[in-house]
Design a protein around this ligand. Structure first.
Ligand code: ATP
Length: 276
């Protein structure tokens, strides 16, 4: 075996061990540089530097009030709906700084969907909930809308449960079903990124499991950023984990490493339940 062959074999072996194909060349979907955010005088995000890789699940963990929701709401600029918010630094989405005033928030929100803590379907039929986004984007053709609705509901693993009741009000669904419907609503606009802010905290364990399995499926096509208070959930479903504390990122690593071998004592204390 030549020297090159033996190096190649070693890389192959290592990458197998790490369960990552050699040819994997994933890009950063977001790059956050020196991001600071203030609510009035409250400095809520402090010098955040965080790159988010496409087709991965990135978990944001940390105690209450550490800035998790604030951070993901900057990623689709929902944060600017709060009066008195100021930011500095950059968040590049696919290479362009979304904090630049010339970047239209509407353009961003067609690429970045969001799922909230409490399922929030519209008081409309199941069909209309999913068709809403595509309709707003000008799709009127009934056959095409039918296709989008079916594909999105299948993508959110809820089609079989609702296919015979598409015209019934979404409020008649269980909480877990409503959350998967909200995920379907998100998929219908064919996003690039899905932001999830504690998407299972209002759900029972079985619905939680379904959403977690769904997240694993969805990352094949989308990049997912999930805020969670549930440490086991972060460990189960994410590829990378960022630990926030008092507005700062304390540690950001592969999930396996952060949970098995955290570098910072504060991370260790948090994940072992010593505070928070
Ligand atoms: N709309 C707002 N106006 C003023 N301050 C806010 C607002 N939203 C959040 N904050 C403050 O910003 C800080 C970060 O809050 P944020 O909601 O991002 O934390 P979090 O980590 O998501 O908390 P939790 O886990 O409790 O949801 C806190 O000090 C909070 O009080």
């Amino acid at each position: 075996m030549t020297a090159i062959q033996s190096i190649t074999e070693k890389i192959k072996k290592d990458s197998k061990l790490m369960n990552k194909p050699i040819a994997e060349q994933k890009e950063h979907v977001y790059e956050t540089s020196d991001l600071n955010l203030w609510y009035g005088e409250n400095h809520a995000l402090i010098n955040i530097n965080l790159d988010i890789t496409e087709n991965e699940v990135t978990a944001i963990i940390g105690p209450s009030g550490c800035g998790k929701s604030t951070y993901i709401k900057t990623l689709n600029r929902m944060i600017e709906l709060v009066p008195g918010v100021k930011t500095s630094g950059e968040i590049r989405y696919r290479g362009r700084n979304i904090l630049d005033k010339s970047y239209k928030a509407e353009d961003l929100r067609t690429r970045v969907g969001m799922v909230f803590q409490k399922p929030n379907p519209f008081p409309k039929s199941i069909f209309e909930n999913v068709a809403y986004g595509p309709k707003i984007h000008g799709i009127k053709n009934k056959k095409l809308l039918d296709e989008i609705v079916e594909k999105s509901l299948r993508g959110a693993a809820i089609w079989d449960e609702v296919k015979d009741r598409l015209n019934q009000n979404a409020y008649g669904l269980s909480g877990g079903q409503q959350q998967r419907l909200c995920i379907a609503r998100c998929l219908a606009i064919e996003p690039d990124v899905i932001l999830m802010d504690e998407p299972t905290s209002a759900l029972d364990p079985i619905s939680t499991l379904k959403v977690e399995e769904l997240v694993q499926e969805l990352k094949k096509e989308f990049s997912i950023i999930i805020v969670t208070h549930n440490m086991q959930q972060a460990a189960r479903i994410s590829d990378k984990t960022a630990f926030f504390l008092n507005g700062e990122v304390i540690e950001y690593k592969d999930t396996n490493t952060i949970f098995s071998n955290p570098t910072d004592k504060r991370t260790e204390d948090y994940i072992t339940g010593r505070f928070g």
